[in-house]
Write a protein of this length. Structure first.
Length: 211
């Protein structure tokens, strides 16, 4: 079982992943929760470069190749070995984030990005991708509140600091990309309370995997 979560900042990806992990473990599955960027040792170094406020001088191309490097390492060192050990893997962001943020968000060609992703993932695609969809104003409000509470504005705040119009483009991009990849994507409304959102996710996961 390989499931990925996508969606703009503050949609509740981390929150829902924690709930799904608990649910699956209670059913006796061994679960590995991982994330991008930063799922591997090398990836953790890359994450600092990618998300720190000082990374404002990264060019679009540099940003792209750092994400792809993170992904290639993540797949070969972390995700594939875990699946081979029989674990269920849940990743907080994966290849679709690149198509959507660097493509629909920053204006690079989504089809070309998909080709780069093919190299990075080396044939390993998720069986299910849950897109948490929310109005960016609400998502950003959630993310900002969390960053302030956790004192992480500087280390992790680069995307939250982007303009609202950027996040609106990203949201629309996610919905377009999901429509083009219907067999893998499920779009879930992330605006209700966490428990209600999880009910939808649980239904989707049960349907797909017969858990
Ligand atoms: N359904 C919800 N309703 C209200 N608040 C929520 C909901 N889900 C999560 N939150 C809160 O919103 C904040 C952001 O949630 P979370 O960190 O899970 O989002 P995320 O998608 O992982 O964000 P990021 O992309 O920045 O990692 C947290 O403080 C969380 O407690
Ligand atoms: Mg998160």
């Amino acid at each position: 079982m390989f499931v990925t979560f996508e969606g703009i900042e503050g949609t509740g990806k981390s929150t829902q992943i924690a709930m799904l992990r608990q649910y699956l473990e209670a059913k006796g599955r061994r679960v590995l929760v991982t994330l991008e960027p930063g799922g591997s040792r090398v990836g953790r170094e890359l994450r600092k470069m990618l998300l720190h406020m000082e990374g404002k001088d990264l060019t679009g191309e540099t940003e792209l190749f750092l994400y792809l490097a993170d992904r290639a390492q993540h797949v070969s060192q972390v995700i594939r070995p875990a699946l081979d050990r029989g674990q269920a893997v849940i990743s907080d962001r994966f290849a679709d984030s690149t198509v959507v943020y660097q493509g629909y968000g920053r204006g690079l060609d989504p089809k070309l990005l998909h080709q780069f992703n093919k190299i990075a993932v080396a044939g390993l695609w998720p069986e299910l991708t849950i897109l948490l969809d929310i109005d960016p104003e609400l998502g950003l409000k959630r993310a900002m509140t969390r960053n302030m509470r956790e004192g992480k504005v500087k280390e992790e705040g680069r995307f939250e600091a982007e303009s609202l119009s950027f996040h609106k483009r990203v949201r629309e991009g996610y919905l377009m990309w999901a429509a083009l990849n219907k067999e893998r994507f499920k779009v879930v409304d992330a605006s209700p309370g966490a428990q209600a959102v999880f009910e939808d996710i649980r239904r989707v996961v049960d349907e797909r995997f017969g858990t």
